[in-house]
Each structure stands twice: as structure tokens, then as C-alpha cells.
Design a protein around this ligand. Structure first.
Ligand SMILES: *[C@@H]1O[C@H](CO)[C@@H](O)[C@H](O)[C@H]1NC(C)=O
Ligand SMILES: *[C@@H]1O[C@H](CO)[C@@H](O)[C@H](O)[C@H]1NC(C)=O
Ligand SMILES: *[C@@H]1O[C@H](CO)[C@@H](O)[C@H](O)[C@H]1NC(C)=O
Ligand SMILES: *[C@@H]1O[C@H](CO)[C@@H](O)[C@H](O)[C@H]1NC(C)=O
Ligand SMILES: [Ca+2]
Length: 408
């Protein structure tokens, strides 16, 4: 909720003043009566003369200075202003507030005086007192665990993660410490391991044909990918071990009884070693066991172009995207049961999908609407993370498939 306030509340007056005298004032500034000096709008009616002619404190201050100020209820007033045409004087404003009985701060709005509170507080139900604002109720306050406190909040991290200097973000610990985070990047010719720190350690690359999908089993230091061949039979699931991120070994093909030729994405259940695939031509989601001998189709009804897949083996959930007549983000159990729509509005071309396993959130990218958004496992609390990220990329471009090696 945003409450709009009229300006002219008592800001504490900054003592420094602009040396220059620009002829055009920005929308956040007040033009003094001399028509030359620009001062911060927050300096008006604060009991201190900031304009050379004192017009910012003039008792007959004209309606030209009256503007609406938007503030969030739990924050101090900001200076985002909208023109507002009613005539008040500084005295009027102070008079209105004097009798209003605000605990902390008062501002005059077109509905009369309104109280506001400092950072970390919001106006209580009586409209006058201030009470703690629950920051943890706001999406994105902390990257993992949030604890509300009186007037503030604290963020903490789950096991395996370290709180960062911003006191809000969590980063995976390197455990063991000599196992550095690595980015795997697949392109037309190889899968390359790149050190995230940019250090010059020699990291191996695996020669491939065209890699369509890729995932990593952290505990086994194994990367698996689909090598697309010219024919369905030549399209194979391959895996290789990258020991200590130094050498590639146990380079192998896993024979899969179902065709992988049109598989868009895959995900490995690191608890069972099962492989999950989405095929956007045969329009199905299927799963194969670790040795590829047994494959089962999980879903093949009401799927039009399944594109992305992500797993939460601990919760036993599969998440996937589908586009076509009704683009969607969906969820089901790892056996295909309990299929549930999470998102089916404001979505056109959902592509990649990934999970925040700690906070149980689902992120997906829409290549047409050009956003990355997030919902919880129930499809609620939807937010836009990035808008306009992929401008310039067309959905058909071979986008690099990267995946971060981190403890699951
Ligand atoms: C994080 O918390 C520490 C200890 O409470 C404090 O010294 C530091 O200033 C905080 N950092 C930020 C960015 O708020
Ligand atoms: C993996 O095996 C294939 C075929 O055996 C071989 O062509 C390829 O070079 C091997 N790649 C690595 C990185 O060992
Ligand atoms: C996979 O199939 C090929 C022939 O189709 C066979 O030569 C190979 O031994 C099989 N590999 C495994 C691990 O079964
Ligand atoms: C999933 O389905 C099973 C039975 O099919 C049921 O017992 C369970 O409560 C369902 N879970 C959810 C989250 O709907
Ligand atoms: Ca609080």
C-alpha cells in the first residue's frame, strides 16, 4: 500500500546549500520566488530559510509548492512528488499537525493530517501511534531466513550457507574448502568448467557434439548431458566424472530406451540418480532410472510444448513449464501424481525453470514477455525478479546452458 502525503512536514534541514544557481529546477526541487534558486522540496516549511529571499518559509507560500508526496507506510517520507493544486501556508500545515497527536511525524494530505513513522515502524490502527513493521512479510527482505524484531529484522542462513556482508544475502560455503564453485557451460563443441573466481586453475573441458540438456550430480562429481546426433538413435545421454574438477574420467553413454532426440531439458534426482526429461515434440515428461534400462512416461496429457524441468527430490516434486494454447508453470509429484497448475496468467513463452530449494520458490523465465518471475510451491506470492533481461535475444537463439555446482 502506498499512502500519498502532502509535503511541508518538518524534515530536519540539511545545512549545506547548493553553490550553483541552476535556471531549471528538477521535479524534486522547489523554485524559490527569485525564480533562480532551486532547493530541495524537503527544505520548505522546516523553519530554516534556504532560499536567499526566504520564500521557502514565507507565510503566504503559494499553492505552487504544494505537492503530494508518496511514502510507504513504514518509511520516512520521500520526495517523489505529484502536482497538487490547493492553497496552504506553512502555518496552516504546522497548525493542522499540532493538534493531531502523532507519536513520531506528521504530514498534511488532501484528506487532512496523517501520521508517519520512522524506518522499521508503521502507523498503528489508531492512526497515531507507531508499531513495529514486519519486514519479513515483504518478499525479498532476506535471501533465506528472516526474523522480525522490534523496529528492525535480522536475516540468517541455513546450514551450509554464510551470511554476506550486506547482512541479507547467503552464499554457499565451499565445503570442502578446496572444492571451489564452478560454472559448467555447454556450447556446440564442449562442456567447459569455468572457475567462478576467475582464478587461473586449469579446469577440464569435455568434447561433445551439440549439447541440448545438462545437469550435475554434486555428490558424485558427475555431469550428464544429451549429445544431439543427426538421427534419434545417435542422440545419446552421456555422463562423465570430473574428479576434483581436475580430470575427466568414466566417460560413458547411458542407453535410454525412449528417444532423447527432442528432449529440451533434463534434471537429475540426486537422491535416486533417476533422470527426468521433457520432450517438446512428443509432448511428454518421462523418467528413466540410473542405468537407463527402465523408463516411464510421467505425463503426456494436456502437454503442448514442455520446455523446462526442475526437481526438488527432498519434497518429492517435479516442476515444469509448458507453452502452447495455455502456457503454464506446473508441479506434480515425482510419480506424476497430484498435478497442479502454479501459474497460468501473464505467461506466454515460459522457458527455463529453476528452484530455490531453501525457500521453496520456483523461478521461471518467459522468453516472450521477457521476464524472470517467482512463485512459491503453491503458485502464490508471485513477483517479478527481472524485466527486460533478454532484450535482443530471440527465443530460438542457442543460449548457453550454465549450471552452478553447489551442494543440493
Ligand atoms: C551487518 O551487521 C554487522 C553486525 O551487526 C554491522 O556491524 C554491519 O554494519 C552490518 N552491515 C550492513 C551492511 O548493514
Ligand atoms: C569420451 O569418449 C569418447 C568416445 O569414447 C571420446 O571420443 C571422447 O574424446 C571422450 N572424451 C573425454 C573428455 O574423454
Ligand atoms: C548401449 O547400446 C550399444 C548398442 O546399441 C551397446 O554397444 C552398448 O554396450 C550399450 N551400453 C550399455 C551400457 O548397455
Ligand atoms: C498427493 O496425492 C496423494 C494421494 O494420491 C495424497 O495422499 C496427498 O495428500 C497428495 N498431496 C498433495 C500435496 O496434494
Ligand atoms: Ca520490524
Amino acid at each position: 500500500m502506498i499512502i500519498t502525503f502532502l509535503s511541508c512536514f518538518s524534515f530536519s534541514a540539511p545545512s549545506s546549500k547548493a553553490d550553483e544557481q541552476p535556471k531549471t529546477c528538477s521535479s524534486k526541487q522547489f523554485v524559490c520566488k527569485d525564480q533562480v534558486t532551486c532547493i530541495s522540496k524537503g527544505w520548505r516549511c522546516d523553519g530554516e530559510k534556504d532560499c536567499p529571499d526566504g520564500s521557502d518559509e514565507s507565510p503566504d507560500i503559494s499553492n505552487s509548492i504544494m505537492e503530494l508526496v508518496s511514502i510507504k507506510p513504514h518509511q520516512s517520507p520521500s520526495l517523489d512528488t505529484i502536482p497538487f493544486g490547493e492553497s496552504f501556508t506553512c502555518e496552516d500545515l504546522r497548525g493542522h499537525c499540532a493538534s493531531h497527536g502523532c507519536e513520531i511525524g506528521c504530514a498534511v494530505t488532501h484528506d487532512g493530517p496523517r501520521c508517519y513513522c520512522g524506518d522499521g515502524y508503521e502507523v498503528a490502527a489508531d492512526g497515531k501511534k507507531c508499531k513495529d513493521f514486519n519486514e519479513c512479510g515483504v518478499y525479498g527482505t532476506c535471501s533465506q531466513t528472516c526474523t522480525n524484531t522490534e523496529g528492525s529484522y535480522t536475516c540468517s542462513c541455513v546450514e551450509g550457507y554464510l551470511l554476506q556482508p550486506d547482512n541479507r544475502s547467503c552464499k554457499a560455503k565451499n565445503e570442502p574448502v578446496d572444492r571451489l564453485p564452478v560454472l559448467l557451460i555447454a556450447n556446440l563443441n564442449n562442456i567447459r568448467c569455468t572457475s567462478l573466481s576467475g582464478s587461473a586453475t586449469r579446469v577440464p573441458s569435455i568434447a561433445t557434439k551439440q549439447t541440448m540438456a545438462m545437469d550435475f550430480i554434486y555428490a558424485e562429481e558427475t555431469v550428464c548431458w544429451i549429445d544431439v546426433g543427426d538421427t534419434p538413435a545417435a542422440t545419446q545421454l552421456k555422463c562423465a566424472s570430473i574428479q576434483d574438477l581436475k580430470s575427466v574420467s568414466n566417460n560413458r553413454t547411458i542407453n535410454i530406451s525412449l528417444s532423447l532426440h527432442h528432449v529440451e531439458q533434463m534434471a537429475i534426482d540426486w537422491l535416486t540418480g533417476n533422470f527426468y526429461f521433457v520432450d517438446d515434440v512428443d509432448d511428454r515428461v518421462f523418467v528413466c532410472n540410473k542405468n537407463g534400462k527402465t523408463c516411464v512416461t510421467l505425463l503426456d496429457q494436456e502437454l503442448y510444448n514442455p520446455k523446462g524441468i526442475a526437481l526438488d527430490p527432498v519434497m518429492g516434486k517435479v516442476f515444469f513449464t509448458d507453452y502452447g494454447s495455455t502456457p503454464r508453470v506446473e508441479r506434480c509429484d515425482m510419480d506424476g501424481q497430484n498435478r497442479t497448475k502454479l501459474v497460468d496468467s501473464k505467461i506466454v513463452f515460459p522457458h527455463g525453470i529453476t528452484l530455490d530449494l531453501v525457500n521453496r520458490l520456483v523461478y521461471w523465465a518467459d522468453a516472450y514477455l521477457d521476464y524472470i518471475e517467482v512463485v512459491d510451491y503453491e503458485g502464490k506470492n508471485r513477483h517479478t525478479i527481472i524485466q527486460g533481461l533478454m532484450s535482443g535475444h530471440s527465443p530460438g537463439n542457442p543460449v548457453l546452458g550454465g549450471c552452478l555446482l553447489r551442494p543440493h
